[in-house]
Design a protein around this ligand. Structure first.
Ligand code: ASP
Length: 473
């Protein structure tokens, strides 16, 4: 009779029974007369033993760690003295009767039985599928999913809906460079990959969805800078008929519930989250994302902080992406000034003193999110671009679509986006976002597994009407 495969985390309910498990050989210890094998599947680990006269001995002697196996065995309770409390399956052992090798494994480029933090990171990224087998990486990726799931359920219970927005689009100004995709048929025309769903989510407000969210993939073509990834995930949100207070409340509550449910061992330093103005933060800490933890050695302490009242504009530098005028936006060109500064803004006076409705959320010294209330009236939004020195033509060309959209009854609205990778990094006590991104790229933007970015064939270049003038190797 065929015995169905059972997952390793279900074994303890099968004491005395014969079972079939499938998975990988995690550890092999040959003690001469007996061979001990630990097996791993997606649910955990169990220790198995091949007793002296077992028919599995031949295979057990020749098998290697990380081979994929189907194992028939009997679940035995361990003698009291051999029980390992607080270890998964520490009270049982699998007496191995038969092993079928489903796939043999060569010796791995690095050991994966422990933590791979010490392994050269390029090697880890090149063999990410092996690195991801480690228990720490499995935990990080599974917890990332759990948090995503929690957020999705939480927001959908509050009548948000998740809406996907295009990946192939035009550049949207988030203060960075866009990745560009050539079009085969419309030669000479290019899509841009989204730096964020900013304009689409505002159009969704105009479309009357009122409560939107999305786990959105965002792409920014930046020079290698610290712990950044060219593509990353935002939890993006937008709501109609809200003010700053509403959005901060919703997000604060979501974060508190999330921590309570998914990370009960963690402790939030202060609820409600403290707030500080940008000017106050600069004066007190010299930066706008201070780490206000009272005990920086406590790995479970979470110190959230809202930073508000940012200046709306700053002087441009020469290499500024817009390069058009003396002022540029500090965070988001779609942001609305604070009500008390609206008049100054509409009159284009005291530009440097205009404060915006922008709010950033900081956690343990990292900016994990930010957003604002938007200029939902065309004439107000247009002012921002005028202040930035855009000509009417340029405004029309780049933003005519959204100015027109807002002229057909756009509700007041605002939103926020979390840097989801960074949040998970902190919650998982990791030091780099690459530890929580399954297929992370190197700091300089390379996918070492598939070899991206890569050159394209002459045929592709011809099809796309693209000519390469310089190759960087
Ligand atoms: N789109 C903004 C960003 O990516 C966030 C927001 O204002 O909602 O930073």
């Amino acid at each position: 009779m065929k015995i169905n495969r059972i997952y390793i985390n279900k074994l303890s309910s099968k004491i005395g029974k014969q079972v079939v498990i499938k998975g990988w050989v995690k550890v092999r210890r040959d003690q001469g007369k007996m061979v001990f094998l630990d097996f791993r599947d997606t649910t955990g680990v169990v220790q198995g033993v091949i007793l002296p006269k077992s028919g599995a001995m031949d295979v057990g002697k020749n098998i290697r760690e990380e081979c994929v196996v189907e194992v028939t065995g009997k679940v035995n309770e361990r003698p009291e003295r051999n029980k390992k409390p607080n270890t998964q399956n520490g009270d049982i052992e699998l007496e191995i009767l038969k092993i079928i090798v489903l796939n043999f494994a060569e010796v791995l480029p690095f050991p994966i039985d422990g933590d791979t933090r010490e392994v050269n990171e390029s090697t880890r990224l090149k063999y990410r599928y092996l690195d991801l087998r480690t228990s720490r990486m499995q935990k990080n990726i599974k917890n990332r999913f759990k948090v995503q799931n929690f957020v999705r359920n939480y927001l959908s219970e509050q009548n948000f809906i998740e809406i996907e927005t295009p990946i192939l689009s035009v550049p949207t100004p988030e203060g960075s460079r866009s990745f560009i995709v050539p079009h085969r048929i419309w030669k000479g025309d290019f899509y841009a990959l989204p730096q964020s769903p900013q304009q689409y989510k505002q159009l969704l407000m105009t479309a009357g969805f009122e409560k939107y969210f999305q786990f959105a993939r965002c792409m920014r073509d930046e020079d290698a800078r610290g712990d950044r990834q060219a593509e990353f995930t935002q939890l993006d949100m937008e709501l109609a008929f809200v003010d700053e207070e509403d959005i901060m409340q919703i997000n604060e509550q979501l974060l508190i519930e999330l921590i309570k449910k998914q990370y009960p061992e963690k402790q939030i330093q202060q609820i409600p989250f403290p707030r500080i103005t940008y000017a106050g933060a600069m004066e007190k800490y010299g930066n706008d994302r201070p780490d206000i933890r009272e005990d920086k050695n406590n790995p479970n302490l979470l110190a959230f902080l809202w930073v508000v009242d940012f200046p709306m504009f700053e002087k441009t530098e020469d290499e500024n992406v817009d390069g058009t005028g003396e002022w540029t936006f500090t965070h988001n060109p779609f942001s609305k000034p604070k009500d008390e500064h609206l008049k100054m803004f509409m009159n284009k006076e005291n530009i440097g003193n205009i404060l915006t409705t922008q709010y950033d959320i900081i956690l343990n010294g990292f900016e994990i999110g930010g957003g604002s209330i938007r200029n939902h009236k065309s004439e107000a939004l247009k002012k921002t671009f005028e202040i930035m020195g855009y000509t009417d033509d340029k405004i029309e060309k780049n933003f005519g679509h959204i100015l027109e959209a807002f002229s057909y009854g756009a509700p007041p609205h605002g939103g926020i986006a979390w840097g989801f990778d960074r949040l998970i990094m902190i919650l998982e006590n990791e030091l780099s976002i690459r530890e929580v991104i399954p297929f992370a790229k190197t700091g300089d933007g390379k996918d070492l597994i598939l070899g991206a970015p890569a050159q394209i064939s002459d045929k592709q270049k011809k099809e796309l009407g693209v000519k390469i003038t310089k190759i960087n190797t």
